[in-house]
Design a protein around this ligand. Structure first.
Ligand code: CMC
Length: 428
């Protein structure tokens, strides 16, 4: 007999099936519990709740393991490319050479965006945060490709939406940046690889040549690989739950971008660099800021530290820390906030508060330092994260759809007023 969990409620015993994943992860399936007993489970922030079973990403927070489709993040970051990883995540296997070339060509073919997007872009105030602009531009695709709204679309139709969003996202990203600067937009160049094309759209100026530095495009490519998926995090769960209502890929990805924006999630990379700048401007007294982070009466948190699932180390942070050193050296840049970051990390790693709570640097602690070295402005950091996470969101949305998952609809424990009579306004 397969393993079951017993739960006793009001003296009655219920047997709940135990589900086991391919890496021996175990879960108690409570989906029938309410129907049988009237009880639901309660788990604020879903800290211990699995919302789905997925074959995309494996993560072991205790051991610091992250794998996409069975391939280790270290292996992929060292040897693969972002486009190849995108294919792997979305379609489940590494592509053959021919298949990859076709995929890559197809992406290049769809990089151009409709000219009317410029009019929409012009409507945004120049001080708009590019994350808001990005999520809006992604939503506009439902208007340019209304057939994408059909929830019963053929797999070919869905594939076309996937190619389009992957292809157009760098153009949206670059144009959001140009809009903020008030500069004319630069069109995509189909002869360039994914990252180089985006960099030229971001940094080319009218009348000037712009040669993409391979150090910069390779570093960016690696960062995007590291961000490409992270199983059921806040933004990915948002994408899946949005898509579970049969909302289109574009609507679901747009929702994911908004969820990523917050400083506790993708917005942390911007928050980290701003924090490091503040500490430096304040005289670089890391001890003072560590004390603030530990003070429960002070809302300050050490940004870029801690993670919901990594309780030993974040494998992406290790790769990024080394990449930060490499990139700064190759580009001949000395960034004083790197010293502040390393000082903070060293102190936190030997501080009881951080050790006891298993708080380690996460992916966002050093990524901002690299982005800055690559010339990317601070308010574009989270946008880069969104671009990196795009293949993961697509893969998760596609998996949810192909598995015909039910609409996401958590329950709650109501703690409000009991029934009471309405009192007319004149009597209050
Ligand atoms: N600085 C100071 N204390 C912290 C921090 C921090 N960065 N993170 C957690 N703690 C404390 C927290 O106060 C709590 O203490 P206590 O048990 O005494 O109440 C304990 O550690 C557990 O924290 P939690 O908030 O219950 O943990 P969580 O799993 O709900 O939150 C987190 C995870 C990432 C939101 C949180 O660690 C945090 O706010 N970190 C800073 C923001 C950040 O860097 N976010 C990026 C995450 S990685 C990129 C991504 O995937 O989005």
């Amino acid at each position: 007999m397969s393993e079951t969990a017993k739960i006793i409620l009001d003296g009655k015993e219920y047997n709940l099936p135990v589900v086991e994943g391919s890496e021996n992860e175990k879960a108690i399936d409570i989906s029938q519990l309410r129907a049988q007993s009237g009880y639901i489970t309660l788990d604020y922030g879903y800290k211990n709740t699995g919302s789905t079973s997925s074959a995309i990403t494996f993560l072991d927070g205790e051991k610091g393991i992250l794998r996409y489709r069975g391939y280790s993040i270290e292996d992929l970051a060292e040897n693969s490319s972002f486009m190849e990883v995108a294919y792997l995540l979305i379609y489940g296997e590494l592509p053959s050479k021919d298949v990859f070339e076709k995929f890559d060509q197809n992406i290049r073919k769809h990089t151009l965006i409709h000219e009317d997007i410029k009019k929409i872009l012009d409507g945004f105030p120049s001080k708009s945060h590019p994350m808001g602009v990005l999520s809006s531009l992604v939503t506009t695709q439902t208007a340019f490709y209304p057939e994408s709204l059909d929830p019963s679309r053929s797999p070919e139709g869905v594939d076309l939406s996937i190619i389009r969003i992957l292809a157009k996202m760098p153009t949206f990203v670059a144009w959001a940046h140009k809009h903020k600067l008030g500069h004319p937009v630069v069109y995509p160049n189909v002869n360039m690889d994914y990252c180089s094309n985006m960099l030229q759209m971001m940094f080319k100026m009218p009348g000037n040549d712009y040669d993409v530095d391979p150090v910069v495009s390779n570093a960016l490519d690696k960062l995007l690989i590291l961000h490409a998926d992270h199983e059921q995090n806040c933004s990915t769960s948002t994408v899946r739950i949005t898509g579970s209502s049969r909302a289109s890929l574009y609507a679901s990805v747009s929702a994911g971008i908004n969820a990523l924006w917050g400083p506790l999630h993708g917005g942390a990379n911007q928050a980290v660099i701003e924090m490091l700048e503040n500490i430096k401007a304040d005289g670089g007294d890391t001890k003072k800021w560590m004390a603030k982070a530990k003070d429960k009466d002070d809302p300050f948190r050490l940004m870029g530290f801690g993670h919901r699932v990594y309780k030993n180390f974040d494998p992406r942070a290790r790769i990024i820390k080394k990449a930060a050193d490499d990139v700064l050296e190759k580009l001949g840049i000395q960034d004083p906030v790197l010293d502040v970051a390393k000082g903070l990390e060293a102190e936190a790693l030997s501080d009881d508060y951080f050790v006891e709570r298993k708080l380690y640097p996460n992916v966002d602690f050093y990524s901002g330092i690299i982005y800055r070295a690559l010339g990317i402005p601070v308010d574009m950091f989270t946008v880069m994260f969104a671009l990196g996470r795009l293949p993961g969101w697509i893969a998760q949305w596609k998996e949810m759809r192909e598995n015909s998952e039910p609409i996401g609809r958590p329950r709650q424990v109501y703690v409000g007023e009991n029934l009471r009579p309405y009192v007319p306004l004149s009597k209050r």
